[in-house]
Each structure stands twice: as structure tokens, then as C-alpha cells.
Design a protein around this ligand. Structure first.
Ligand code: NDP
Length: 461
């Protein structure tokens, strides 16, 4: 047996990499981990966590307005962007510290440097030039925003990375894209008082979600004052005295302070030495892995966004735990990518798990669709015109609930809980047998007794 410096070396200190390294080290393995930027990765440093803090910040404008309906007189309010950034940065630094501490406590060796593969068992640490060897290597380098370099003027645009550190809050912003990031940031900036426009190439925002929710969210966002341009894309961005001058395919001309591109994310595989080690990538630049996250090189695994399977933090963590089971516990375990609950932290929020009505209709001959649309209780006194949508998709043949879709307050929290019965294969009868919690919005999920409509062979009946 050749001897190596490490049992495991992990490249990338994000959600997947840190979890894999920490757990392997706690099992007594000799582990090294290298990160070129900050431990915590996209999720903690410039993704999910700071984004959610921004979402909270942006909700106060509506809270202040709503308070009047409940008898409150709120004094003059103002918002200080720099204070928010400062508070957010402090919290992110605290979390980064916890990630490092977890690795340290498990006795993993932490390297603050970029690392690249030299061959299948050797990694070069760029800061010192030192090379180390490892029996097993994990690549968990994540992804980065697609900068859309073919767009004339792309260099004047920002991505979500910069949105977390803008020196000033812009007065106006144009956000390109119709996915998670574009929609979430459109609501954040609007809530903070920025004149916000979203531009999306397709017919309706959030292409992978249930049509009802997409339409409901679109209407709610427009009603708040967010402008949404569908069937359109930016064709050029120019810097002028008055700000950024933008032209679109549909011949619209806009002038805004900031243009943000949220057009998907690209796996971080460039200059990693993958070729030297023999690790295959696909056309999108993502590392190709088998069902156990193993790359084309048997002792090298890849986890999380760099593999472009499902770009979500809990998925990367799950893949890391399956890697541990497979490699260190003699229990080959495939990551399970079925029925992943997910949320879009838009305002109102979207929470979803399982099949959309459209996808379920393609897969099953008959569906029962239970749908409720109502004004949430809080909106009665606040006078805010907002609606909640809840939908359960049921396979008529065995009564299993195969999809749940919610638009409204706390939809993300509900999606997490709905993920359990749906993963467990519960039927609509199980939902019906469950006592309601009153008064809540989610009680609708157990009190929709008869189908709102059926879908037979793809047709609504
Ligand atoms: P998404 O894949 O969600 O959305 C990308 C958007 O950009 C889509 O609307 C897509 O259109 C559009 N697009 C792609 N290429 C082009 C192009 N060339 N011209 C015009 N439009 C284009 O990616 P995001 O960047 O929003 O987010 C990246 C990932 O991060 C997400 O997939 C998600 O997994 C994760 N994420 C999760 C969050 C959460 O859990 N709440 C929050 C933020 C991110 P089309 O739909 O037509 O393809």
C-alpha cells in the first residue's frame, strides 16, 4: 500500500466540502481541506444566509404599512443600507468562524489557499507551492454566477456576489433572469425602496415551478410595483452620464443605476488540474459523477454545485453524508435526489415539494387537484390585497399526494414539513385524517375534502 499524507483531501470549503471533511476527520481519518476564499462557501458567505437576512430587512417596509390596520402609528422610518451590510457582515463572519471551528475541533488540517490537482493522488497548494498526497480526494468547489460575457456591456453589470457588498443602495435596478436569484432579489430591492424591473426571456417567471404559483407570484409582484418584462432579454448595456443605458430585444430602452444578471450559475472547474488527474467534465463544465458521486477517476469524488446535479445547499450536504457512508462506513449509499422540498424567498414566498400539476399530468393518467385560494387573516386588518394559494396534487389511482405547492407567508416552512409525509408516501386520506391547527393558513392543507378539479389524460375535467 502506498502511503499518503492524508486519507482524504477536500478542495473547497463550502457546504458539501466542509461537511465531508469534518465528518471524515471525526471518524479518525487524517483530513486536509483547502479553500481559496472563505469557509462556508456560497451558501454562508454570498448566498442563502445573507440573502435571507436581506429578505428580512426588506420586509419591514410592508410591516410598517400593515401596522396601521392594527391600531399602530409608526413614526417616520428610514433605512440605512450601510448599517444592514455591516450587521450582515458581522453575522457572516461569526458563521464562518463556526465552520472553521467545526473543522478544527474534528482535527482536520485547514489550508487557506487555492488548491489544484497535479495527478489522481496529488494536490498543489498554490499559496506555498507545496504538494500533498491523499488516498481519496473530494472536489467541492461549487459554482459562480454566469457572467454572460457575450452581452455587450456585461462588464458594467453586477451579479449576486456584488449585490451583497454594494457601496450604495441604487435608486433603480434592472434584474435579468426569471429564476430563484432574480426573483428573490427583485423582491429584496423593491422592499428596500429601489425602483425595480425584472426582465425574463420566457413566458412566465420561475420556469420549473407550478404554473399557478408562477402566475400568482407574478401578479403579486406587479401589484407591489415591481415591473416585469417577459419574452425579452437585454441586448446591450452602456455607461452614460445618467446611469446605465439598457436596450432590449423588444426595443425597449431603460436607464437604471444598476443592472444585475441572475442567469444561472457555472460550475467552478476551470484550472483545477482536472485534465492532469483525468477527471472528466461535461459540456457545461460540470464534473461527471456516477450515482455515488465518484468521478471518472476511482479515488476522486465530487460533491455539490460543481457536479451541477441539484444546486441546493442541503443537497450538497446530503451528497457529502452519502460519500461518508460509501467510502468510510462500508455502506454504499446513493444520494437521493427525488422529492426535494424547496422554497423561493420571494414576497410572497413559494414553497414546493414534488411534481407540478403540469409534470404530474404527463406522468399519470388521472389526477385530483385540490386548490385553495384565500386572503390570509393578517391581510384582513392590514387591508393588504394579497392572496395565498395552496395546492395538493394527488394521483387518483393510489391517492398518494405527489405534489404540494404553496404561495404565501411561511410557504418555505410549510414545504419543509410537507416534505415528510410526501416522502413517506402518504395518501390524501392521511391528510384528511389529520386534525387541523386553528387558526392557521396551513390548516387548509388538511381541510380540502373534495377535488377542485381532475386532470384526465392531460385534460382538465
Ligand atoms: P436559475 O437556474 O434558477 O435561473 C436562471 C434564470 O436565467 C432562468 O430564468 C433562465 O431562464 C435564465 N437564463 C439562463 N440563461 C439565459 C440567457 N442566456 N438569457 C436569458 N436568460 C437566461 O438560476 P439562478 O441563477 O437564479 O440560481 C442558481 C441556482 O442557485 C438555482 O438553480 C438554485 O438551485 C440555487 N438557488 C437556490 C435558492 C433557494 O433555494 N431559495 C436561492 C438562490 C439560488 P429559463 O427559465 O428560461 O431557462
Amino acid at each position: 500500500m502506498p502511503s499518503f499524507d492524508f486519507d482524504l483531501f477536500v478542495i473547497g470549503g463550502g457546504s458539501g466540502g466542509v461537511r465531508g471533511a469534518r465528518v471524515a476527520a471525526s471518524l479518525g481519518k487524517k483530513v486536509g481541506i483547502a479553500e481559496e476564499y472563505r469557509y462556508g462557501g456560497t451558501c454562508v458567505i454570498r448566498g442563502c444566509v445573507p440573502k435571507k437576512l436581506f429578505v428580512y430587512a426588506s420586509q419591514y417596509s410592508e410591516h410598517f404599512e400593515d401596522a396601521a390596520g392594527f391600531g399602530w402609528t409608526v413614526g417616520e422610518s428610514s433605512f440605512d443600507w450601510k448599517k444592514l451590510i455591516e450587521a450582515k457582515d458581522k453575522e457572516i463572519a461569526r458563521l464562518e468562524g463556526l465552520y472553521r471551528k467545526g473543522l478544527d475541533n474534528a482535527k482536520a488540517d485547514i489550508f487557506d489557499t487555492r488548491a489544484e490537482l497535479v495527478d489522481a493522488h496529488t494536490v498543489r497548494l498554490l499559496k506555498t507551492g507545496q504538494t500533498v498526497t491523499a488516498e481519496t480526494i473530494v472536489i467541492a468547489t461549487g459554482g459562480r454566477p454566469n457572467l454572460h460575457t457575450a452581452l455587450p456591456g456585461h462588464e458594467f453589470c453586477i451579479s449576486s456576489n456584488e449585490a451583497f457588498h454594494l457601496a450604495e443602495l441604487p435608486k433603480s435596478i434592472l434584474i435579468a433572469g426569471g429564476g430563484y436569484i432574480a426573483v428573490e432579489f427583485a423582491n429584496i430591492f423593491h422592499g428596500l425602496g429601489v425602483e425595480t424591473t425584472l426582465i425574463y426571456r420566457g413566458a412566465e417567471i420561475l420556469s420549473r415551478f407550478d404554473q399557478d404559483l408562477r402566475k400568482g407570484l407574478h401578479e403579486a409582484m406587479e401589484e407591489k410595483g415591481i415591473r416585469i418584462l417577459c419574452h425579452d432579454i437585454i441586448t446591450s448595456v452602456e455607461k452614460t452620464e445618467n446611469g446605465l443605458s439598457v436596450r432590449t430585444k423588444n426595443d425597449k430602452a431603460l436607464t437604471v443605476d444598476t443592472v444585475m444578471l441572475a442567469l444561472g450559475r457555472t460550475p467552478n472547474t476551470a484550472n483545477l488540474g482536472l485534465e492532469a488527474a483525468g477527471v472528466a467534465i461535461n459540456e457545461q463544465g460540470a464534473i461527471v459523477v456516477d450515482a455515488y458521486s465518484r468521478t471518472s477517476v476511482p479515488n476522486i469524488y465530487a460533491l455539490g454545485d460543481v457536479t451541477d446535479r441539484v444546486q441546493l445547499t442541503p443537497v450538497a450536504i446530503h451528497e457529502a453524508m452519502c460519500f461518508i457512508e460509501t467510502v468510510y462506513k462500508n455502506n454504499p449509499t446513493r444520494p437521493d435526489h427525488e422529492l426535494i422540498p424547496t422554497a423561493v424567498f420571494s414576497q410572497p414566498e413559494i414553497g414546493t415539494v414534488g411534481l407540478t400539476e403540469e409534470d404530474a399530468a404527463k406522468r399519470y393518467p388521472e389526477l385530483e387537484v385540490y386548490r385553495a385560494q384565500f386572503r390570509p387573516m393578517k391581510a384582513t386588518l392590514s387591508g393588504r390585497s394579497e392572496k395565498m394559494i395552496m395546492k395538493l396534487i394527488v394521483n387518483a389511482a393510489d391517492r398518494k399526494v405527489i405534489g404540494a405547492h404553496i404561495l404565501g407567508h411561511d410557504a418555505g416552512e410549510m414545504a419543509q414539513l410537507l416534505g415528510i409525509p410526501i416522502k413517506a408516501g402518504c395518501t390524501k386520506d392521511d391528510f384528511d385524517h389529520t386534525m387541523a391547527v386553528h387558526p392557521t393558513a396551513s390548516e387548509e392543507l388538511v381541510t380540502m375534502y373534495s377535488p377542485s378539479y381532475r386532470i384526465r389524460n392531460g385534460e382538465r375535467v
